[in-house]
Ligand binder design. Structure first.
Ligand SMILES: Nc1nc2c(ncn2[C@@H]2O[C@H](COP(=O)(O)OP(=O)(O)OP(=O)(O)O)[C@@H](O)[C@H]2O)c(=O)[nH]1
Ligand SMILES: [Mg+2]
Length: 362
């Protein structure tokens, strides 16, 4: 079990509210993994320090606290350079405290939740890409210790072997993934030929995408109050009265802020399935006060995936949790061109209207 020290490096100008919501999300990622947060803190800085990302004073303080509290991991809620994570790990090694950055944490959650072979391959690829350079970084240090001036250190040779080994392994995974991608393309073409109408569910993690798939198609997809409950692709059939065309809905992995584009690309074959749809449904958790920010994050990622030009419906979910006098009008107006629709997958409120909107696209 993770007993974590959590630290976030924040820009000087960040608002209190944003700082708090970043911390909340990091905590819920740690809970999702099954960890406990023993201490949370932040440091404000114009720019990270090159060698250790965070200030060494702060790091030493954290180490002392960590030893006192019995922590076994330090989680930094930012994306670090491999060498930075490595340097901090060295500082914390004697205290038996591991070091992960935000990406490590997300990848570990993915790994824990993934079920299909394809999802596992995608995660392995992403991990290698994220970890790989860190291993070279370690090799570089070994080589500096082992080798004399101008000489070839043991570390250097090791680095080269490791580099080659990892590169070969990456190639193998990519080849395997290519195969499943081709398979998917065949399936998709088959569906197109049969004139199926495909809808892709997208949205921030925990917005209720799988719940919506279940509510609309009576599928029995795993739902959980966790981040990244879904990591692979599930397809359900939507029955619409008086419609002869077959409508399929695809559910996949959710998005989260600060995901490096490279990592997203590792999930290309899972995501393609959704993004290649005729219509996208963007599911939004309206009960989360950060909903508007989350819409922007999702749109940014869609932009990275070149999927921003598809027809999109905005489905605002979890309306059962809103106060009874909640005013939907400003949202309706602002997002008019996305056919905003207000639903609850728990009470099924608004799902009839959503089906009508879907019908208008057929
Ligand atoms: N109150 C309420 N809770 C909801 C509603 N829809 C979903 N939830 C809850 O929100 C949580 C996340 O739901 P999921 O359907 O797993 O969300 P998801 O978008 O598929 O999440 P990931 O797969 O983790 O990205 C679960 O605890 C659901 O029970 C709703 O309409 N009302
Ligand atoms: Mg899900």
């Amino acid at each position: 079990m993770l007993k974590a020290l959590l630290i976030d490096l924040l820009p000087l100008e960040i608002s209190k509210e944003d700082a708090k919501s970043r911390m909340l999300e990091a905590e819920s990622l740690i809970h999702t993994y099954g960890g406990l947060v023993l201490l949370k803190t932040y440091q404000k800085k114009i720019a990270p320090i090159y060698k250790t990302y965070l200030g060494t004073g702060k790091l030493n303080e954290l180490k002392e606290e960590g030893i006192k509290l019995g922590a076994n991991i330090l989680i930094i809620n930012n994306e670090l350079k491999p060498i930075q994570t490595y340097n901090i790990s060295e500082m914390f090694r004697k205290a038996n405290i591991q070091v992960w950055d935000r990406i490590d944490l997300i990848l570990k959650i993915f790994q824990k939740h993934a079920k299909t072979k394809e999802a596992l391959l995608e995660i392995e690829l992403a991990s290698l890409k994220h970890m790989g350079p860190r291993i070279y970084g370690m090799g570089m240090i070994l080589s500096r210790q082992g080798g004399g001036i101008g000489g070839r250190g043991i570390g250097e040779t090791n680095t080269e072997i490791m580099k080659r080994h990892i590169a070969e392994h990456i190639k193998k995974i990519e080849k395997n993934l290519e195969k499943s991608r081709n398979n998917r393309v065949l399936h998709r073409e088959n569906r197109k030929r049969k004139n199926f109408f495909n809808i892709g569910l997208i949205g921030y993690t925990n917005a209720g995408k799988s719940s919506l798939l279940n509510a609309l198609t009576k599928k029995d997809v795993y739902i959980a109050d966790k981040l990244f409950a879904t990591l692979d692709t599930k397809v359900g059939k939507l029955f619409l009265p008086n419609v002869s065309r077959e409508v399929l809905i695809t559910d996949t992995i959710g998005f989260i802020q600060d995901l490096p584009p490279d990592l997203i690309k590792s999930f290309q074959s899972t995501l393609d399935e959704t993004i290649e749809a005729d219509l996208l449904i963007h599911v939004i958790d309206l009960n989360d006060y950060r909903w508007e920010k989350k819409i922007n994050t999702v749109n940014e990622i869609l932009g990275n995936l070149h999927a921003i030009s598809k027809p999109i419906i905005y489905v605002f979910n979890k309306t059962d949790l809103l106060p009874s006098d909640f005013d939907f009008n400003p949202i309706k107006e602002k997002y008019q061109r996305f056919h905003p629709c207000f639903v609850s997958t728990h009470t099924f409120n608004g799902l009839g209207q959503l089906k009508e909107i879907i019908k208008s696209y057929l």
